[in-house]
Design a binder for this molecule. Structure first.
Ligand SMILES: [Zn+2]
Length: 292
């Protein structure tokens, strides 16, 4: 009996010693697990099945945030529609903006499509630039380093282990990027349109050109006038690929495809959106679908 109690006590100590980390999206969660290993207990707030701009702020998420030691968010406005009331409601001093247990990854990222003046030209949801940087596999090491620095700050006793995890992961990732780049070199057709500007970072990395979006502006639903103009552009520029995501309606893309002969391909915007179980599988799936 005494033995069991001692074991239980040891187990509780191990569990409670791990940092409780909340991340807003799956890709960030997976990178945190790579760097934190068993020193962190990671939970993802926003399921990759849904629009990352509009995650439903369920009470269960509030309960998670109340107990968190660290909150890692994408930033760049991606969580603006759902996270701020949850952070306020959680009333947890650890994870308030600017606190030690708060990390906004976008501060480390060279953001693209940043408007030069305040206008609604970038739509309702990309007013701070394009926040979907995690679709670019080259951002992964930048994200990993930012997370390591934060974990070190919160848990300096395990400095060696965080450093060693980062080193191992960076080596593995470098090898993976070489493989991915070799695959992407074989792609011939580099002209696309998208539903929402989800893949600009990936497209830019591999020299694709996006000719427009099914949404007239980010976050604005398709209109017939805009759809007709897009159909004309697809025909004129001989575009064969329409990039659809898992969560928007598919009717408009199918209609455009039927008028132009272009093909609709569904691309995952976050790890797990297509059932991918790890980071390599996620980026490889984007490449596999896109590369023609
Ligand atoms: Zn967006």
């Amino acid at each position: 009996m005494k033995k069991i109690l001692l074991l239980l006590l040891a187990f509780t100590t191990i569990v409670s010693a791990a940092l409780r980390v909340e991340t807003t999206y799956s890709t960030l969660g997976a990178i945190t697990e790579e760097i934190g290993g068993d020193l962190v207990n990671v939970h993802v707030l926003g399921s990759s099945k849904y629009d990352p701009h509009f995650i439903v702020p369920k009470p269960s998420l509030l309960a998670k945030l109340r107990r968190a030691d660290l909150l890692i968010m994408n930033g760049g406005g991606l969580e603006l529609g759902w996270l701020p009331p949850l952070i306020r409601g959680a009333n947890n001093a650890n994870i308030q903006n600017g606190a030690k247990g708060f990390l906004d990854i976008s501060h480390y990222i060279p953001m693209i499509d940043v408007p030069t003046s305040v206008s609604r030209g970038f739509g309702d949801v990309h007013a701070q630039g394009n926040p979907h940087y995690s679709t670019d596999p080259y951002m992964v090491p930048i994200i990993a380093r930012a997370i390591m620095a934060k974990l070190l700050e919160l848990d300096p006793d395990h400095e060696q282990r965080y450093h060693s995890n980062l080193e191992k992961f960076s080596y593995r990732w470098q090898k993976y990027l070489e493989k991915l780049d070799a695959k992407m070199k074989q792609c011939k057709d580099k002209k696309v349109v998208q539903y929402h500007e989800l893949f600009n970072y990936f497209l830019k990395r591999y020299n694709y050109k996006s000719y427009g979006n099914i949404e007239p502006l980010p976050g604005i639903a398709p209109s017939s006038k805009h759809t007709i103009a897009l159909i004309n552009s697809i025909k004129k520029n001989k575009i064969k690929l329409i990039l659809q995501d898992v969560y928007h309606e598919k009717r408009t893309a199918k209609f455009i495809a039927s008028k132009t002969g272009a093909k609709v391909i569904v691309i995952p915007h976050d790890m797990g959106a297509d059932g991918s179980k790890n980071l390599e599988e996620y980026y490889s799936n984007i490449a596999k679908k896109l590369c023609r």
